[in-house]
Every structure is written in C-alpha cells, then in structure tokens.
Design a protein around this ligand. Structure first.
Ligand SMILES: Nc1ncnc2c1ncn2[C@@H]1O[C@H](COP(=O)(O)OP(=O)(O)OP(=O)(O)O)[C@@H](O)[C@H]1O
Length: 316
C-alpha cells in the first residue's frame, strides 16, 4: 500500500477554550493538488501550522511522507522534501532577496532557483524591506519550491499576487502535479479551488465538513437554467426528480437548478413561449454556499475564552 503524502488522524488543537480544529481526519495521496477551503477563522492556518510542527496538537496526529509530525528527529530528516509557504511570509527586511535565498539554500538546496526566479521575478538585489506584497509572495514561492520538494504545504499562497502572476502560479502548480509533487494549499477563494484542485476539503468552525472531488461536486451540483417567457411561469411545472431548486426571479424569469437529464424540462418547455433560455454551469460560489451557511456562523471564537495557551514550537 502506498503511503499518503499527507495523513491527518484525529488532529485537534484548542487554544485554551477556543477551538482551532477538532478531530480532523484527512488523507492526501501523492501527486495530488488538494485544496483546503474555508472562510476566515475556519482553522486552515492552524491545520497547516500543526502539519509543519509549528504548533503542538492537543490531540491526534499527522504524518507527511509517512513520518509522524511528533517524531522530531525523523521529521527533520524529511524536511528537505517539504516546501512551505506561510500565511504571512516573513523575511529579514534588511537582507536582499538574493541573500535570503542564499541562506535558505544553505539549509535545503536551491537547484531550481534560477528557473523559478525567471518565472516569478523579484528585485533580487534589493533589500526585502522594499518589496511589495506581491514580490514578497513571489519570494516565498521561490523559496518553497527551489529545493525541489515532494510535498508543498501553502497557506493562502496567492494572496497579494496580481491576476497574471496568479495564473502563472496555477499553471506552475499543474506542472508540478505532473511531476508527481503533492500540493496542499489553503484558500478562501472558491474559483481558485475550481481552477487548481483535484480534490477539496471544506473546513468550517474547525471541523472538516466535506472532502470531494471537484468534478463530482460540480456534477452533483447540476446546471443552472434561466428561462424568460412572455407567459406567466409557474415554478411548480418545473418540479422534476432532477430539480434541485426552481424559483422565480423578481423580473419574472425562472431560475432552475437541475442535475441529471433534461427530458422533463424539454417536455415542459413545449407549453411555454420562450424569449430567452440559458444553461450554464453552477457557479462554484453557489455550490459551496450551503457548506458555509452555518447556523452557528462566524469563526467559532468565544470572546471570553482563555487565549494564552498558544504554545508555539520554535524552529520546526
Ligand atoms: N494564537 C491563537 N490564539 C487563540 N486563538 C487562535 C489562535 N490562532 C487561531 N485562533 C483561533 O482558532 C480558530 C481558527 O483560526 P485559523 O487562523 O486557523 O483560521 P483560518 O481558517 O486560517 O482563518 P483565516 O482565513 O482568517 O486565516 C479561530 O477561531 C481563531 O480565532
């Protein structure tokens, strides 16, 4: 049996009384682009920091490339096969990009540095203090991939990148996947998940609520049909077995979400005159909305909770 690139087992982190994540189980096979999607405060950064050994779990464990994160010695040995882009990349501000990369190269290697810098150029001989947000992020990308890691864990890696660089980065990630690299990245950007990922894990209020293949999710979520007619439309006519939702819009048009075949729809349409008919894929926003439509809402943060217990593990 092949070992998953990332295996998370009952992983739990409480900051005092505040739930970071609870009882997370997740397995990411090698060579997969896995999106970890959740709104602000859902527990994405907590998961990533636990995975990289920057935080100690309250309970549970995880492994990367078969090595448990709490086996510090073994973990240090696989560290050069792991890349990481933190949520808020920090560098020594007075040091140039080049020296920053020189230093990091001395720890883990840099055989892909030139190729990456060509793709994600930064003002390499300028002190990092003068870098824009996007250039900092590009430097973080270069350092995460320059030693040719097998697994890369990234916390909202496209934040601060302009749309062109973002697209370049998505293309790059697909190429990495072709090379067998496993990528685990958190995001709250829905369209990003769709564009980039094979599989998505959806986290809300510290709990994993679903793990789905993107294609399955979209397939199950159906298509959106919009119908405009000079006749009065009765949504009840469109209540087929395949119907997920049928409602009238304020302008009198019908918005129908349907999964499966169109036979029933075609039959009913015979009874209507049609001004306009549009069939489109469900917007990814609609697909995910019900996962976010929490009764308990927000980020699960209890204002009265103790927050001192944030023990960080130095220098993981
Ligand atoms: N150091 C800390 N001390 C106390 N609570 C924390 C700490 N870090 C995170 N939390 C809480 O843990 C929960 C999960 O936070 P986390 O930062 O992991 O979420 P996130 O999904 O990464 O959010 P964002 O998208 O805003 O970065 C939140 O309720 C947050 O307030």
């Amino acid at each position: 049996m092949t070992v998953p690139a990332i295996d998370i087992d009952g992983l739990t982190k409480f900051y005092g009384d505040v739930r970071g994540i609870e009882d997370l189980d997740l397995s990411v096979p090698e060579g997969e682009l896995f999106g970890f999607l959740g709104p602000n405060g859902a527990g994405k950064s907590t998961t990533i920091r636990l995975l990289l050994g920057f935080l100690k779990p309250t309970e549970g464990t995880a492994s990367i490339l078969g090595v448990p994160i709490d086996d510090r010695d073994a973990f240090l040995e696989v560290r050069d096969q792991i890349g990481h882009i933190p949520g808020d990349p920090q560098f020594y501000d007075d040091v140039t990009g080049r020296k920053t990369l020189d230093y990091l190269a001395s720890l883990g290697g840099d055989e892909r540095r030139d190729e990456l810098l060509e793709r994600f150029p930064v003002p390499i001989d300028r002190a990092v203090r003068g870098y824009s947000r996007g250039n900092r992020q590009k430097l973080a990308i270069v350092q995460a991939f320059m030693h040719d890691p097998k697994v890369v864990v990234m916390d909202e890696p496209t934040s601060g990148l302009d749309p062109l660089v973002q697209q370049e980065f998505y293309d790059f990630l697909h190429e990495e996947r072709e090379r067998g690299v496993t990528v685990f990245f958190s995001t709250h950007i829905l369209s990003e998940v769709r564009q980039v990922c094979d599989q998505v894990g959806i986290i809300r209020n510290g709990r994993l609520v679903a793990v789905e293949q993107i294609d399955d999710l979209l397939e199950r979520s159906g298509k959106v049909v919009t119908l405009q007619s000079p006749d009065t439309i009765d949504p009840a006519d469109f209540d087929f077995a395949e119907t997920i939702d049928a409602r009238l819009e304020p302008d009198g048009s019908l918005r129908l979400v349907i999964s499966g075949n169109y036979d029933g729809l075609v039959d009913v349409l015979e009874g209507y005159r049609i001004d306009d008919l549009e069939v489109r894929e469900t917007a990814i926003e609609d697909v995910f909305m019900h996962f976010y439509d929490a009764e308990d809402g927000g980020d699960g943060y209890d204002d009265d909770a103790v927050t001192e217990d944030t023990e960080e593990v130095a220098d993981a």
